[in-house]
Design a protein around this ligand. Sequence first.
Ligand code: FAD
Ligand code: ZN
Length: 469
Amino acid sequence: MSVLDKIREVVGPKGFLDSPEAMEPHLVEWRGLFRGNAAAVVKPASTDEVAAVVRLCAEAKLPIVPQGGNTGLVGGGVPWEDGRSIVLSLARMDRIRAIDPLNHTITAEAGCILADLQKAAEENDRLFPLSLGAEGTCRIGGNLSTNAGGVGVLRYGNARDLTLGLEVVLPDGRVWDGLRGLRKDNTGYDLKQLFIGAEGTLGIITAATMKLFPRPRQVETAFLALRRVEDVMEVFARARAASSDLLTAFELIPRFGLEISIKHVPGVVDPLATAYPWYALLEVSSSQTETRLRDALEAFLGETIEAGLVADGVIAESGAQALDLWRIREAIVMAQAHEGGSIKHDVSVPVSRVADFITETSEAVAKRLPGIRPVAFGHVGDGNIHFNLSQPVGMEKEAFLALWEEMNRIVHDAVAARGGSISAEHGIGRLKRHELPRYKSALELELMARVKRALDPENLMNPGKILPE
Ligand code: FAD
Ligand code: ZN
């Protein structure tokens, strides 16, 4: 019996796909940047089935590509073109195993869709704060494996910060039960952190215990116009102080981002009468109802306008208006797709360097290619900028995309010069693997390679991702 037949026996016909049509959605990255092949797509229904499949793969030296919702942006969840590996999809493992409201924890299987997790928390009068554009499709195992960020990191931290325990199937098929719901556990190496952000290269996460928070009962949203990007981080610092540090989000939006959103995405409107070069979208929230956040926000707006830091601004009058303001932010990526080719960067710098990074790097790319249209937006409260470049009007898309590596070099060198990171939230995968040697020290790379060899000596877990050749 071949190894694939044995795997089919473990997972049953429902969990085994090998026709090209059925496998197709699992073989392509959603932007279409990467397309691969697989010997089969395997969908186990339990941790025991995952372990049995992995044991069979280990015996037969069959590589495994774990996959969640396949919304990753760096090609990590897509198999290589050679078709030698199997894709192991966690999609059928989507149960919430337990909620402990008093412990403020939730334990879910890796295939649980992020939005379902949020809903389960809400039904128990709690908040699960991880939130991102792909939340209706991405799965928690994928979120943890990419250490996902999103719009709530400022207040609640990223996937890494939210995780208390993991259950992992190791590359030899043994199951590590590390599902602890403890805030304090000081018993040596924090093993779970190895698997978070590992993009499936060290093992398969099958379940996780994560933190919950009190559910917000007041949420206020404001949209501020700025004359200069240099003022944005001072406005951020003042907003933190004025709100008793209750900021949950602080996002930067450039005028060009707003303009293309209005142009291409139905329902997006400019909330202000006059055009300004930069905007900040901020949200504050609190779980209590006595002190009104709105008063604090209004006072803050008045003071920052008086100080000349903010040119104009609106505070949402209703939940619907708040959604309208958020729609501007969320429309940018979609709108950019209508403006021809774009070369994207997901980077971070220290918060104090955000403005000079944006100004100087925008100049540097324009010097290389006059007419290039930078769209620098994102979670600047975390120092995270999505520094995306739209092609000049009228240029051939292919000719623009041919500059991908050159633009990467300009932007990533500017990041490195400021002590930043070339991947703030999307990971390394296949897309940025060749750049690691330039931006990580030889010692860091050596330690990463040693961890990989220690846990996966046969290199069967998502081979060729993250680590350079
Ligand atoms: P996949 O794409 O399936 O997998 C991602 C990686 O994890 C792959 O390397 C895969 O092999 C590995 N993996 C998946 N599941 C497991 C598992 N159980 N065990 C081990 N390895 C596994 N990211 C952000 O951080 N912030 C954002 O704001 C954000 N916004 C996005 C908006 C959109 C519209 C889209 C499409 C993506 C966005 N992303 C964002 C990218 C982000 O990485 C993913 O949305 C999400 O975290 C990946 O989850 P997934 O289940 O789709 O993982
Ligand atoms: Zn983001």
